[in-house]
Design a protein around this ligand. Sequence first.
Ligand code: ADP
Ligand code: MG
Length: 680
Amino acid sequence: MDVYSDITCLKGVGPKTGENLKKCCIFSILDLLLYFPRDYEMISSCSSLTDEKNIGKLIINCKVVKIDKDIRTKNGKTISTVIFNDGNNIFKGKWFNQPYMKNYFKINCDYTIMGKLQDFKGETSIINPTLVKNRSNEENSEKIMPKYPLKSGITNSLIAKLVNYVLKDVDIDENLPEWIINRYKLCSLDRAIRIIHNPSSMKELQEARRRLKFQELFTYSLKILMLKNYFNENKKGIAFKISDELKLLKEKLPYDLTKAQNRVIREILIDQKKESPMNRLVQGDVGSGKTVVALISAFNIIKNGYQAVIMAPTEILATQHYLEAEKLFEDFNINVKLLCGSTTQKNKEEIKRDLKDGNIDLIIGTHALIEDNVEFKNLGVVVTDEQHRFGVMQRSRLTNKGKNVDTLVMTATPIPRTLSLYLYGDLDVSVIDELPPGRQKIETHYIKEDLKYKAYNFALEEIKKGRQVYIVCPLVEENEDLDLSSVENLYSELKEEYFSEIPIEILHGKMTPKIKDEVMNRFKSGEVKVVISTTVIEVGINVPNATLMIIENAERFGLAQLHQLRGRVGRGQHKSYCILISNIKNDIIRRRMEIMKSSNDGFFIAEQDLKIRGSGEIFGFRQHGEDGLILSDIAEDIDILKMANLEAKKLIESNNEKDIKIKNEIFKKIEQTSKFICFN
Ligand code: ADP
Ligand code: MG
């Protein structure tokens, strides 16, 4: 079986399933094998619920007591409820948008169901339980079940079935040099892939994960080293002059630049003057004023007669930059345009034509800019904002639209310095380590769940003063519907109890970009006073009149992400607050909340987080997708990353024939796929 063949060549994968698999980015058999479980579940059988809470999935025998009528939520979702009795306890089974599920049950009959016990609006419930038909006899058995990330039309059992079908038929060749395998006592690639899909013990799983993480980070390091080599070899870029008009521009600014901003701009201008292409990362905490630094850099390039492009991860952000650019450049004869997914077709065509003809000097936009038919006459600089949202590959696709252009990437993600070298090995780093003067510290508090009402009452006071409020709920990753209903439920609850007289709106990831933007614009204009949202508001949004950020279930966020969210307030002249609502279940959570309360320094927070947890969503994001890291977490796996980086360097420098062969093969694969675990 050729792992590169199309997924639809598998038996049992028809056009419809093929379509759905493709929506999960499974195009080939290789993609399927690399579609790793995002988690595993220990499934244990139990006879009674009482002592078994919080341990993962349960299999339980129970009798149906009652079948409730379906409830419809405002968004047209149905919630079906069946009430069970396991002999000792009454509990509810709830299904979202699966009204047919209740039909499998009859009152007073016995069933075996499987699911995870959760508190849903204060009641012990199993959300979306499944019916177990043939329960095995081993009463107290435990099993490790893979849980795959799921999207439309794809079920866990489908993926598991396909994976096992393929695994029967393939042999995966080893593709790391033997000296590396031996040195780090790694298991074979074939074994690792098999185990990751079907672990029989946690120990085995650890072994497989270690091997695959090493592989990922090794190839990742190779890629970054390659990019660096590439830049060193192709030294000939454009040597820009320093424009006289820069002074005028600075005079036009409504404020003085901070020392740090001036220093970073100087560093950038020095790069621009050099003939070799600039490759610089600007790191600066939220609110440190990166946008103006980007705009000034673009300005100098434009005044040299070249074009500039700024790419942002969302339309809201791109629009914000666009408005700022228009205002700043208004007296300087610069043609600025905005290109996003929602730009009308007619406008798009016109913009593309003008870009190609060189009539546009500065184009600001979203991913839409990466499209193949966006061409430039003479591109001079590519700026990407909020770098962590884009992959290395997306960045280079934009860069390739010009010839040896300068690259500037901006990020607020406070990456501890020790890490940035490995992460951004191909970039020079500048740091804006100072906030504009007069910024007040955001007063941060944490309170327990049962004192929530204090936060909402405080929100009412702020609104009375004319201010605005953000309320953020975490994503409940397990279940998108539950996710949504957590935002929706909070909305109805708050609307009824606290904000009945106040314009309040919802914002979540399932809305179209257009609707999201409309909500945000109403918030920006002050028409809407409160937005309740998932983390979609996390990056870059600037609403100076918002002074209170309430974060629900704060313990579920990474500290860096909490810091980013908090950075949405404290952007104007009013004193701002952040209230973290959190169930302090243990000491670690308390310490994390204390750090948030005591510090406003993103770098410090990130480093502390690394110290106490050393794991998980430290950046508040996982570099999934474009950057190709499926398993590894750069923070958690820093030790593996260091080893992998070291060995990657050795491989690049090695003249051993076998090594050169392996190296060439890996390089070839890196160019074909964005993933870092590749097969020969
Ligand atoms: P970020 O670094 O988070 O992208 P922005 O560039 O959005 O920050 O800047 C945040 C706010 O600070 C904006 O309203 C911007 O106009 C303002 N700002 C930037 N630099 C300065 C400065 N030197 N003095 C005062 N305000 C500034
Ligand atoms: Mg910004």
